[in-house]
Design a protein around this ligand. Structure first.
Ligand code: HEM
Ligand code: HEM
Length: 189
């Protein structure tokens, strides 16, 4: 049995918590009522702001952890695939950062207080009513679409590795018990 470099429990926790919160965030973003001038944030928007800042904190923490404990990409994959994987991962980090910061600027432009997890107050990124905040805020939705497109490509690639290429890349990111089950099933097949 070959032992492949795998993500540690902390990296897996960061990954799946971010994926789960992002999914919730997109759903809340779509179901919350349209924003009118002078509105104060309702329950759904307050939830959106709290989850959004949690995602921002998680991704920054994950990135620092990634620098401290880098995990080499699947060594048997061809060079172009490793390059593409690394590029997609970095773009995912960049897009999450850009989406959260434009959302924060949008909220500041509307004069809404932004807190980390609804508890720790965060400063306004731009002045209330500012043209800069409006312009930057208008990038929030297109960035969400770009992020969703890249997430789709990333998930598609993970499933391709699992079901077409069967090279163990998906298992690197799965909880240990799940990896064992997949290995047992593969042996039986
Ligand atoms: C990656 C994380 C995020 C995702 C995926 C996301 C997603 C969305 C979506 C889907 C919408 C609805 C867009 C529309 O239909 O017009 C939205 C709107 C909004 N989001 Fe986010 N969001 C994120 C992070 C944040 C953060 C961190 C904040 C603020 C702290 C924020 C503040 C806002 C605001 C203020 C709006 C309403 C924009 C308006 O005034 O029309 N978002 N977001
Ligand atoms: C939905 C939001 C998701 C986001 C934003 C996301 C983001 C990321 C990022 C940034 C990495 C790089 C990890 C690092 O080195 O720091 C990664 C790795 C990985 N993700 Fe996701 N992911 C998501 C969902 C998923 C899903 C649903 C799957 C499985 C179907 C998946 C499978 C993987 C795998 C297997 C790796 C490791 C790939 C490798 O190292 O070769 N991800 N993900």
């Amino acid at each position: 049995m070959t032992s492949k470099p795998s993500y540690g429990p902390a990296a897996k926790l960061f990954h799946w918590a971010t994926a789960g919160l992002l999914t919730m965030q997109v759903l809340v973003g779509w179901v919350m009522p349209d924003i009118e001038r002078g509105m104060s944030p309702g329950a759904a928007m307050s939830l959106h702001l709290s989850i959004g800042t949690a995602i921002l904190a998680l991704v920054v923490a994950r990135y620092v952890w990634r620098l401290a404990r880098p995990v080499p990409l699947e060594p048997t994959a061809p060079g172009w695939q490793r390059g593409a994987t690394e590029a997609v991962h970095l773009m995912l980090y960049g897009l999450i950062l850009a989406t959260t910061l434009t959302g924060w600027a949008y909220a500041s432009m509307r004069g809404w207080p932004v807190t980390l997890l609804g508890v720790v107050p965060l400063p306004a990124l731009v002045a209330e009513g500012s043209q800069l905040g409006r312009t930057v805020g208008h990038l929030h939705e297109p960035l969400v679409w770009a992020l969703l497109t890249l997430m789709g490509a990333h998930i598609g690639a993970a499933l391709w590795h699992r079901f077409v290429h069967r090279d163990g890349v998906l298992e690197r990111m799965l909880p240990a018990g799940r990896r064992l089950t997949l290995r047992v099933l593969a042996k039986r097949a």
